[in-house]
Design a protein around this ligand. Structure first.
Ligand code: ZN
Length: 223
């Protein structure tokens, strides 16, 4: 992923996220929906994460000679933040498991669906023409922007932003499954368990990213 391309895409994603944040907080307040308002503030944390991506690729463009290291450093920071978010999800899931709270299903499902749609749009903008291997070959991203499958040098800043959106999609999908199971099958206890599983998966992604970033940064540390 070229830094110039990444910069443009990140700006579009930030604009969408900020607009969603404002809309959710606004409608959350006028409809008295805590779920909507809370998700609006949650969108704020996503915005902050993508601002980091933007700052990093702006620096990478300026310091073109050191782009790989700059992007690896950005990837490292984003991966750590993603991991912390996942810990938050796990913590909240455990809390919900111990002390279940009354859920307003209509609100909660609406918020999860909005989140899913927004993130699907964002992931399409961010890397619609790229697909990332989540398996053993985690160190290579393939981009087929030009018909051919061309192996490009990995941009870890891009990868971290992409994985973040992917993690958000996973969270939304799992929330929807959990909420539907709770609403229609009275399986309330499954909602926090599903949240917990989602958190573990995201932590695994962030650890893989931290490893890849460290591999590139390591020679600089030991110099
Ligand atoms: Zn997010």
């Amino acid at each position: 992923m070229e830094d110039q391309v990444l910069k443009k895409r990140t700006i579009i994603v930030i604009i969408i996220t900020v607009l969603m944040m404002i809309a959710e907080i606004y409608f959350g307040i006028i409809t008295n929906s805590m779920a909507l308002t809370a998700d609006g503030f949650h969108m704020g944390t996503h915005t902050a994460a993508f601002v980091i991506t933007l700052v990093v690729c702006t620096i990478a463009i300026k310091k073109a000679g050191k782009a790989e290291q700059v992007n690896a450093f950005g990837g490292l920071i984003s991966a750590i933040l993603l991991g912390l978010t996942a810990l938050g999800i796990i913590w909240e899931s455990l809390d919900r498991f111990i002390t279940p709270i009354e859920i307003n299903f209509a609100d909660a499902i609406l918020v999860a669906v909005i989140g899913l749609v927004v993130n699907l749009v964002c992931i399409f903008i961010m890397g619609g023409d790229c697909h990332i291997h989540l398996d053993v070959d985690i160190n290579h991203e393939h981009c087929h922007c030009s018909e051919q499958h061309e192996k490009v040098k990995e941009n870890l800043n891009f990868k971290a932003a992409y994985m973040h959106i992917l993690a958000d999609i996973l969270t939304s999908v799992m929330a929807i499954i959990g909420l539907l199971l709770a609403k229609y099958f009275e399986l309330q206890f499954l909602d926090p368990i599903i949240g917990y599983i989602g958190g573990i998966i995201i932590i695994k992604w962030s650890i893989d990213l931290i490893r890849s970033s460290y591999k590139i940064l390591q020679p600089l540390i030991h110099r």
